[in-house]
Design a protein around this ligand. Structure first.
Ligand code: SF4
Length: 350
């Protein structure tokens, strides 16, 4: 059995591709057999990124959202969450703190908040670019028209994160209300790519209704899209959602998928997510050891963080940005990597 796994891993390392059945075997690789997969993924990440870990300063600037995704704690239907949005000045203050702490990428993340016009977002983006020309601005604010994406790009945003969540239509319909469609989600990603954004897609591991076939479809869609970033993290239920009683995603499966992604997409920017750190005290370290090369500490003001709970028990809710980066720096160092002061662009070739 062990030799069979080793052969599949070697094939994936050499060709960046394996069959659907082989993918399924690796996704469910038992812990006792996982070492060769981790080693191959680490070897690959070192070829492209050495021991560098890029940091992204996450600014959760609004928890208003018009949508009602069934898994999300800030969905419109959750009347118990206290809503907030940050002003441009507050956002710039977060960037200022981040810049001093060596961040060279700011990720503006929020729900689909209709109170910010396209002009408002463009104004925020261009103000950040003006104040910090050596930094990248990433947006993660959901589905928009191609024209709107173009306006964001023209204002200076060069990266966009939009997890596709699942590439299987039935599964998409299980996770989202009828008003949302997988077709539109995918179209948004294609539009972003055609405009010239560095694009990030991704999915939750263990979301309700997810099968191994769904995960294979996710990887195949990612191969088609060839995104610059891939964000995955375990599904974690939120008490005020329809999925409150669903089980959380598995740590081992998430780690196996991180390693598979590193081998399939050697160049990719792969975050070790906060969700991973939430389900296991050393989840983010394990994520780095599985092939991840990005961490995203929170730069949002501490007093609003508790209101941006996409899932329950999220970590780092009370830590100032300086504390977060110190703590993460130590965690990264403990597993043999180093945080670098760098804009952190994708390295498509070695
Ligand atoms: S997942 Fe995103 S789009 Fe869906 S409800 Fe949450 S914030 Fe809104």
């Amino acid at each position: 059995m062990t030799n069979m796994f080793k052969d599949i891993i070697q094939k994936l390392y050499e060709t960046q591709n394996i069959t659907d059945d082989e993918i399924k075997l690796l996704i469910d690789l038992p812990e006792s057999e996982a070492a060769p997969l981790r080693e191959a993924a680490l070897k690959r990440r070192r070829e492209y990124y050495g021991n560098d870990v890029f940091i992204r300063g996450l600014i959760e600037f609004s928890n208003y959202c018009k949508n009602n995704c069934y898994y999300c704690g800030i969905r419109a239907g959750n009347t118990q969450v206290e809503r907030y949005h940050l002003t441009k000045d507050q956002i710039l203050q977060c960037c200022d703190t981040g810049y001093t702490l060596s961040f060279r990428t700011f990720v503006l993340q929020g729900g689909e908040d209709l109170s910010y016009s396209d002009d408002d977002i463009c104004d925020i983006v261009s103000s950040i670019k003006k104040a910090y020309p050596d930094c990248a601005v990433t947006l993660s604010i959901g589905e928009k028209s191609k024209e709107t994406y173009q306006a964001y790009f023209d204002a200076g945003a060069t990266r966009y994160l939009l997890r596709h969540e699942t590439a299987t239509p039935d599964h998409y319909a299980h996770l989202h209300p009828e008003s949302m469609s997988l077709e539109n989600r995918k179209q948004c990603l294609w539009n972003l790519k055609s405009i010239g954004f560095q694009v990030g897609a991704g999915f939750m591991v263990g979301s309700p209704g997810q099968t191994l076939d769904c995960l294979v479809a996710d990887l195949r869609f990612l191969q088609e899209l060839s995104p610059d970033m891939i964000g995955i993290g375990p599904f974690i239920p939120h008490a005020q959602t329809p999925f409150a009683h669903e089980p959380q995603g598995s740590l081992l499966r998430t780690l196996n998928l991180l390693s598979i992604l590193r081998l399939m997409f050697p160049y990719v920017l792969l975050p070790s997510t906060t969700a991973l750190g939430t389900i296991d005290p050393i989840g983010r370290e394990l994520g780095l050891e599985a092939g991840a090369n990005v961490v995203m500490p929170n730069l949002s003001p501490v007093d609003v963080r508790k209101f941006y709970a996409l899932y329950d028990n999220k970590i780092c809710m009370g830590d100032e940005a300086a504390q977060c980066i110190r703590c993460l720096g130590m965690r990264v160092k403990c597993v043999g990597f180093r945080i670098v002061e760098d804009i952190g662009n994708v390295r498509r070739s070695v």
